[in-house]
Design a protein around this ligand. Structure first.
Ligand code: NAP
Length: 272
């Protein structure tokens, strides 16, 4: 029986155990997935515990995606460029860090036929998810990226020679962009009345992608739909990043229809 799990600080609402147990069942894997709530001062010990307890792999979530990198033996080039990891593989007692949010975001775009090549993108937020999204967009031919922050002058985690890092008022002078991607928690349950931008500014975009999946229809997405703009939420990305972790841990490839089935199951329960 292989042991996998999730490292984070507060995990009681996590959908990951459901997604992972559905993946293991579909693949016929004998495995368990446990939640490990870790206090900040215990993170290093917890990472060493992966080796001591022969845990085969863990996912890592808020607030440890950056800090945990310094305790690993190796980090993929991609995760290094992103500056955050969300997956650790224990192979031969060597811990390697990967970023499957990057992979999940790409799979979600492809699933929804959203093209990035030569497009202009506006990314809201500057945290771990924004880093994965910006790196993916850059690697996939986006023409120009605007990164919107509440405090743009304090941001030192993005290369200012490559991206325009501006505040929310600057967004008002932007005339048009192809993609708007919300990488902030604004609109996430229980703060469902929050929209990161005004409804009148949403008409500037051709597609709105919200990484939030609970609720499945955020206020930002409702405004976009009211203006006949294509919308996508973060649920497929969540399933696809979990599937990518399982692929990395077990050296296998997961068929798209398995991800589709899990996505549909979760969508039905979240829409209830
Ligand atoms: P994070 O590291 O905490 O970063 C969030 C960023 O959003 C912050 O850096 C901040 O940027 C901005 N922000 C925070 N609170 C805000 C508010 N009230 N209003 C406007 N902006 C705010 O979080 P994260 O890991 O990047 O996650 C961001 C969101 O993406 C969450 O909702 C998370 O659930 C979602 N997510 C989804 C998936 C998926 O698979 N679907 C994967 C990863 C993350 P500034 O201070 O620069 O404004």
């Amino acid at each position: 029986m292989k042991v996998f799990g999730l490292f984070g600080e507060k995990l009681s609402h996590s959908l990951s155990p459901t997604i992972h147990s559905m993946l293991y069942k579909a693949l016929g894997l004998e495995a368990t997935y446990s939640l490990y709530e870790i206090q900040p001062e215990m993170l290093k010990d917890a990472v060493q515990g992966i080796k001591a307890l022969s845990i085969s792999g863990v996912n890592v979530t808020i607030p440890y995606k950056v800090k945990v990198m310094s305790y690993l033996d190796n980090i993929t080039d991609e995760a290094h460029r992103i500056g955050a990891i969300n997956t650790i593989r224990n192979r031969g007692n060597m811990l390697e860090g990967f970023n499957t949010d990057y992979i999940g975001f790409g799979r979600m775009l492809r699933k929804n036929s959203i093209v990035t090549k030569k497009k202009t993108a506006v990314v809201l937020g500057t945290g771990g998810a924004a880093k994965s999204v910006v790196t993916y967009l850059e690697d996939n031919g986006v023409y120009e990226i605007y990164i919107i922050s509440r405090n743009p002058n304090q941001i030192d985690t993005f290369d200012r020679s490559k991206y325009r890092i501006v505040d929310y008022t600057s967004l008002k002078s932007l005339k048009h962009a192809d993609l708007l991607i919300n990488c902030t928690p604004c609109g996430m349950y229980p703060k469902i009345d929050c929209s990161p931008i005004d409804e009148k500014d949403i008409t500037k975009f051709n597609a709105v992608i919200d990484l939030i999946y609970n609720p499945s229809n955020t206020l930002l997405m409702k405004h976009a739909k009211d203006n006949n703009i294509t919308t996508v939420n973060g649920l497929y990305m969540l399933v696809a990043q979990a599937a990518a972790s399982v692929e990395i841990w077990n050296d296998l490839t997961i068929k798209e229809d398995i991800m589709d089935e899990i996505y549909q199951h979760l969508k039905n329960s979240l829409d209830k």
